[in-house]
Ligand binder design. Structure first.
Ligand code: ZN
Length: 150
């Protein structure tokens, strides 16, 4: 567990200093805005979905270290996944941070994202860590609404 904690601090620092996929991805097909008033975090997530696959994902915004690092790592983790896989990862990540039933989510599937498991001990921070994910999920909903009206 202490290894995971070291890795957590290392990754948070790295992604806060050098956010990945920051800015608007070219050819975005959907986007959504998220706001966490508790902390003041704001994020906008862009998705480019082609044939059911996330071929591009990026984010903009400003917030605390955890919200920025979480958004950055999310974009890395979701690129190239299909929509079903993205939805599944969203649920697994959410479960990792909120589940208190003692049932562990699939850490292998989460990969590096598993380092956020420690955030569960700080309920106020959970909203920071999940903001980008909820926003991404909303962007996915927008996308599917657009598709279904065609
Ligand atoms: Zn925050």
């Amino acid at each position: 567990m202490s290894d995971l904690r070291d890795l957590y601090q290392e990754l948070i620092l790295d992604h806060t200093k050098h956010p990945r996929n920051f800015g608007k991805v070219e050819g975005a097909t959907s986007q959504a805005d998220g706001h966490n008033p508790l902390c003041g975090d704001r994020v906008r997530v862009f998705l480019r979905i082609e044939n059911d696959v996330v071929t591009g994902i990026s984010f903009e915004g400003s917030g605390c270290a955890i919200s920025t690092a979480s958004a950055s790592m999310m974009t890395e983790g979701l690129k190239g996944k299909n929509i079903a896989e993205v939805r599944k990862l969203f649920h697994q990540f959410h479960e990792l941070l909120t589940n208190d039933s003692g049932r562990l989510p699939d850490l292998d599937a989460l990969g590096k994202l598993a380092v956020f498991s420690g955030v569960k001990e700080f309920p106020v921070r959970v909203k920071c860590a999940t903001l980008a994910w909820h926003t991404m999920n909303a962007a996915l909903d927008h996308q599917e609404q657009q598709v279904s009206t065609e």
